[in-house]
Design a binder for this molecule. Structure first.
Ligand SMILES: Cc1cc2nc3c(=O)[nH]c(=O)nc-3n(C[C@H](O)[C@H](O)[C@H](O)COP(=O)(O)OP(=O)(O)OC[C@H]3O[C@@H](n4cnc5c(N)ncnc54)[C@H](O)[C@@H]3O)c2cc1C
Length: 402
């Protein structure tokens, strides 16, 4: 296999992956390596314009084709390894490209997995070409980690359908999406039981983009306001009352992909630090000749390997249909995002002052990595999830030793 900058070829050779994954990695890595001009251009553009441009480009070049299962392209819902490899390569190349890809996949996946035939026919072909942009809206200002606290109401309209009232917060692609997957409260059932998913086109009267938010890493990011927003009966995605299940199904599948993106950022940071250490003169030697530097680079390498293995394992568990894949998805997200933060910080340190100059690779990575420990389940929520899936049979056996 040709050497592709974004991947570790030794990891790709592991039996977690099949030849089609290696072919995907090679094709995608080559595509990313050949597009440095595009990455330079989008960084200079308004993030909303850049987001739209990148979704269209990814669609035109076929990287979103798998979002329409009818197209015959391989991918989700059956291939989490492909999804992770794609995020890893795109994150290595450019944060905004990973963002464009991931939010499009995040919003199309509930339609693939729970949509009616009519919904699939209506949305997926255009999402797969990038001509229709999606967003996934579950969070609210008072309901982030606690999804069961969602308060946006969807009440039955007297003449059929539903009327949505309330607000969604922190929505990626919120200001540029053509369709929102919205989790809303229907009926009187408490907590998680009373939620339903809806497909709401952005031009539906009564829904509008609220406050646009400036994030540490600029991108389309906004609150959404719903005021007497009427949607027909067939806007319901899946079954009424199953909104929480749909949201969790999605998050459990995508958490490992956040780990994969973190891996892409971290590998880029580690490569940059190594390049700098090899060329920077220090006390008559090179920075890399100093043992403290070697220790930092070795730690980075160990962290990268561990993160890559955990992401690969989680994706493999999901693809083979393991019932415990969600546990591995949380483990991969927690470890890869936390370690990526450390790796990027170490890279900044090794570059010295040049590491914090605005728009340098390390300065960008330093801003871009932070949110990954928060969205799609914070590190604390990941720890709680993992703790909840510990194997109690082991504890029963070990109790004999106490
Ligand atoms: C860049 C970005 C993009 C996002 N995109 C989207 C999107 O597209 N769609 C969407 O719906 N949402 C999106 N979000 C929102 C995201 O999902 C929430 O920010 C996240 O779920 C955390 O919720 P919160 O911000 O309300 O924090 P809170 O839930 O208020 O958490 C605050 C702190 O409390 C901690 N905490 C929570 N529960 C516990 C507990 N039981 N024990 C101990 N500590 C706890 C958390 O870990 C955190 O440290 C995005 C957020 C960001 C930053």
């Amino acid at each position: 296999m040709q050497q592709i900058t974004s991947f570790d070829p030794e990891i790709l050779e592991l039996p977690f992956y099949e030849d089609r994954h290696r072919r995907l990695a090679e094709a995608l890595g080559t595509w990313c390596d050949a597009r440095t001009d595009l990455w330079d251009e989008v960084r200079q553009e308004d993030p909303e314009k850049a987001g739209l441009r990148l979704v269209r480009q990814l669609g035109e070049d076929g990287w979103l084709a798998f979002l329409d299962p009818e197209s015959g392209a391989e991918g989700l819902p059956g291939d989490h390894r492909a999804l992770c490899l794609t995020r890893e390569a795109l994150a290595y190349a450019e944060d905004l490209a990973d963002f464009a890809f991931s939010i499009q996949a995040l919003s199309a996946t509930p339609v693939i997995r729970f949509g009616s035939d009519a919904q699939k026919r209506h949305y997926l072909p255009r999402m797969a070409t990038g001509s229709l942009v999606g967003a996934f809206a579950v969070s609210e200002e008072e309901a982030g980690s606690d999804v069961a606290a969602v308060a946006l109401r969807a009440d039955r309209a007297p003449d059929g359908g539903y009327v949505l009232n309330g607000r969604k917060a922190w929505i990626a692609n919120g200001s540029i999406a053509d369709v929102y997957v919205v989790i809303a409260r229907t009926g009187g059932a408490p907590g998680a039981l009373g939620l339903t998913a809806f497909l709401v086109p952005a031009d539906t009267p009564g829904v509008r983009v609220g406050r646009r938010l400036d994030a540490l890493a600029p991108r389309s990011f906004a609150h959404l306001d719903f005021e007497d927003c009427r949607v027909p009966e067939d806007a319901v995605l899946g079954k009424p009352g199953k909104g929480f299940v749909i949201a969790m199904d999605l998050l459990e599948r995508f958490r490992m992909t956040v780990g994969a993106a973190a891996l892409g950022f971290a590998r880029r940071a580690a490569d940059t630090a190594l390049a700098r250490a090899r060329t920077r003169s220090m006390g008559g030697a090179k920075l890399i000749d100093l043992q403290l530097t070697q220790a930092s680079l070795a730690d980075m390498d160990v962290q990268l390997n561990a993160a890559a293995l955990l992401v690969a394992r989680a994706a493999w568990e999901a693809d083979r249909g393991s019932r415990r894949f969600a546990r591995h998805s949380s483990i991969a997200k927690l470890h890869a995002t936390e370690e990526a933060q450390r790796i990027v910080d170490t890279a900044v340190q090794l570059l010295g002052a040049s590491g914090v100059v605005k728009d340098s690779v390390t300065e960008r990575l330093y801003r871009q990595i932070r949110a990954l420990r928060i969205y799609e389940g914070t590190s604390e929520v990941m720890r709680l999830t993992i703790a909840g899936t510990l194997d109690t049979r082991r504890a029963a056996r070990a109790a004999r030793d106490i």
